[in-house]
Design a binder for this molecule. Sequence first.
Ligand code: SAH
Ligand code: SF4
Length: 365
Amino acid sequence: MGRRAHGDSAYSGAVTFVIPLLEQTPEQLRDWFVREGFPAYRAGQVRKWVFQKLADGFDAMTDLPVELRRTLAERFAVWTTQIVRREVAADGTEKLLLALGDGQRIECVLLRDDKDRHTACISTQVGCAMGCAFCATGLDGVVRNLSSGEILEQLLRLQRIRQEHAEGRTAVLNVVVMGMGEPLLNLDALLPALATACDRNGLGLSERRITISTVGLPDGIRRLAAERCQYHLAVSLHAPDDELRNRLVPANRKFGVAGVLAAADAYFERTGRRVTFEYVLLAGVNDQPDHARRLVGLLRGRPSLVNLILYNPVPGLPYRTPSPEQVARFVEIAEQGGLNVVIRHRKGDRINAACGQLRRGTAEG
Ligand code: SAH
Ligand code: SF4
């Protein structure tokens, strides 16, 4: 991807493309400097400005010669997205709606869990092809995969918000790949983006603090396991049997609950990392005592964590959040059955923090 440089002359016939900086591997960037006759170490300086000092643009890179900064500004773009909307909830949750270079829109969110810990939630696709019955993102299908740079850019934008408040030094950053899209259908872009996020000379995050959430595609889970990475895997289960899961998560029809669990087991064996099973509680649909009992039957004995998610209602969809009593009953049965359970409380309700909602809300705007 690339756009015409502003300075292109219609008369010269030469077309120069602006290169998205975040799409460049460290090697590619270094090669560019060498090719253009600049010292190779300049590439490292630029990356340091972008990833560690979170520079807004080349102008800010004050230890580079002015002439080089000008050349870089002509040839590269640090940012390819624009912030269309920034919303802040009373609990500190901030949500960004970003317009991509081609006008498509995606969302990313910064959750302030507490003063020592923040979580960045990022998207991997524009829309999603999986069509889960309760999810806003899946309603319109998938438009395209995000590029590696577009994924990284979300993290940089959220880091810059933390920088505004000088929070980067006091609160660690967790990353959850739980925004729009199915991450395992875009591993080619996601893995390089996360590698840069975890690189000491990149954002310097820890693999163990990154969670990849998937609808449960066995091939993708196995590929991730083969990477021998330390990412945390979260599988969106949502139902204890095929009959119900096929309805809520249509992708299940291909491989079934048994196929998902076998792949999750393989991930644990390969990485030693306990898998999380996400279960979004939908009133009257999958939140009954019998569902909890069958979930116990399915997961008991597996080194795993069950993450119960309180449904964030989506306008136009018939699903509702269960009552606190219903949730408590579900938790009680699951815990008595020996499962490790946590409840994810909703954050940022007022700003449509469920994935895909802000984008839908402004689709025409
Ligand atoms: N596609 C991946 C990651 C994005 S969705 C996946 O499905 O896991 C991240 C999580 O949010 C999933 O567990 C998903 O089921 C859940 N989710 C989707 N819509 C929701 C809503 N309206 N309220 C609460 N959780 C929702
Ligand atoms: Fe896609 Fe995840 Fe939404 Fe399902 S829940 S439609 S997999 S984004």
